[in-house]
Design a protein around this ligand. Structure first.
Ligand code: GLC
Length: 440
């Protein structure tokens, strides 16, 4: 899949260009995911950006993480956007969120939602590569408070799996797996708003207006409730448990526990979350007939049966048995009617199964390839010993970037670049992929 391997010269050129994108998007203390389209600091973007920055500027990488944590709420939530950098044309802007209504909000303007908690995993990587025990001690309390908030304040049942109240919290905003849960949301009394995202990127590559109305409506509901977590859990019309988010959190709990042991801090609390989620995860998400993990609509009390690449996330989280892993890979990953490259698809991994009616190869999370997701899958494939598939995916990811540049996402049929240009995590993860030719 995806063309010939890159020559050493082409690899060196990619490294230079990736560093140039990270430098160009650097605003001193934080990095914009993309100039114009995303002008502030985003949560999981900045963690992945720090991983890339550490390849050539460790101090700047640590500063990226410190800046993100400045936006942490007093109850532990690390928000999905921190509005560093002052006013911009981005919608929703800081004024729209009105987070000052919440006693838990920090002085710095932020959004009122969270995002996939990949940060502890990145901090562990940085510590193992560069030995930064002082930094680990500095950020541990913030990481622990965030994970505790996810497993308690945001947990609605004995599974301890966090509940997401908005598709943006999943990081995969318009994924078709949210469609049924979103369709139930009736946006009455919607505040007037103007989309900013379609000013920079073609509307055909961005979420549908039908979904966007619901995204905005949900925020309006939360600000009316002053972002009180009990009210949001009890009343949000959108309430889901997410396979990807939960897998990322579980892996991050493992990494948090390792970091705590590394600096001699007791980790029993984290070990308890690990044990509970290990026991509950498959009961909640695994569908034995389909051989897939499906997200769970907590509000409706039923699985969201849509086949997307997020079904492979438990490989990354270490949450599947070897039998489940083989079913995922043999029946789905390797199936050209769903995910495998073949006559219809040249590049992996399409974020939504090619066989789904909702598949749209150029629209956001409805089908395109995303480099961050490929990187997560690479880690997951290697964790379960699928080395050949991991090598192929690495080569395909680099071929895409070499062909179309550091784009936000790519059309899996022809590799065309879509969405924002000079996208920071695509650059950061190119550095990561190029530095680890065979895993690690
Ligand atoms: C989009 C993505 C989200 C990302 C953000 C900034 O909203 O869906 O995952 O964090 O852009 O890049």
């Amino acid at each position: 899949m995806g063309g010939p391997a890159l020559t050493p010269e082409a690899q060196a050129d990619l490294v230079r260009r990736a560093q140039a994108v990270l430098r160009a998007n650097d605003r001193g203390t934080f990095t914009q995911p993309a100039p114009g389209q995303y002008p502030h600091q985003w949560n999981w973007d900045s963690a992945l950006i720090a991983l890339g920055l550490a390849h050539f500027d460790l101090e700047r990488a640590l500063l990226e993480i410190r800046s993100l944590l400045q936006g942490q709420w007093r109850d532990g939530m690390v928000p999905h956007i921190v509005y560093h950098g002052g006013p911009s044309g981005y919608f929703p802007n800081a004024e729209f969120w009105q987070t000052e209504r919440s006693p838990a909000a920090p002085a710095l303007p932020t959004s009122g939602l969270t995002q996939p908690p990949i940060l502890a995993t990145i901090v562990r990587q940085l510590h193992e590569r560069h030995s930064v025990p002082g930094f680990v001690r500095e950020v541990l309390p913030a990481l622990l408070a965030w994970h505790r908030w996810l497993h308690t304040t945001r947990a609605a049942d004995e599974t301890r799996l966090p509940c997401l109240v908005h598709p943006w919290e999943s990081g995969t905003d318009d994924s078709p797996r949210w469609r049924r849960a979103l369709d139930r949301v009736q946006p009455a009394d919607l505040p007037a708003y103007l989309r900013g995202d379609t000013a920079h990127v073609a509307g055909a590559e961005r979420p549908h207006d039908h979904d966007y109305d619901r995204f905005v409506y949900l925020i309006d509901q939360f600000r009316r409730r002053a972002y009180g977590p009990p009210a949001m859990l009890a009343q949000s019309p959108f309430l889901v448990q997410d396979v990807l988010f939960s897998s990322i959190l579980h892996r991050a709990d493992e990494d948090l526990s390792a970091l705590m042991r590394a600096v001699a801090v007791p980790a029993e609390e984290v070990e308890t979350w690990l044990a509970t989620v290990r026991e509950q995860f498959s009961r909640r998400f695994w569908d034995e007939t389909a051989g897939l993990f499906f997200d769970y609509d907590v509000r409706a009390g039923q699985a969201l049966r849509v086949t997307t690449a997020m079904t492979f996330a438990p490989l990354y989280g270490g949450l599947c048995s070897s039998r489940q892993a083989h079913r995922l890979i043999d029946e789905h990953w390797s199936n050209p009617a769903e995910f495998a490259p073949g006559a219809a698809l040249r590049y992996a991994v399409t974020t939504t199964s090619h066989g789904e009616a909702a598949w749209e190869p150029r629209r956001y999370w409805r089908g395109p390839v995303w480099i961050n997701y490929n990187w997560l899958m690479l880690e997951g494939l290697r964790r379960y010993g699928f080395e050949r598939q991991a090598d192929e995916l690495r080569a395909s990811s680099l071929a895409l970037i070499a062909r179309a540049g550091f784009r936000e996402y790519y059309d899996p049929r022809d590799g065309a670049g879509c969405g924002a240009h000079d996208f920071a995590w695509s650059a950061a993860l190119a550095l990561e992929l190029l530095s680890a030719p065979s895993g690690g």
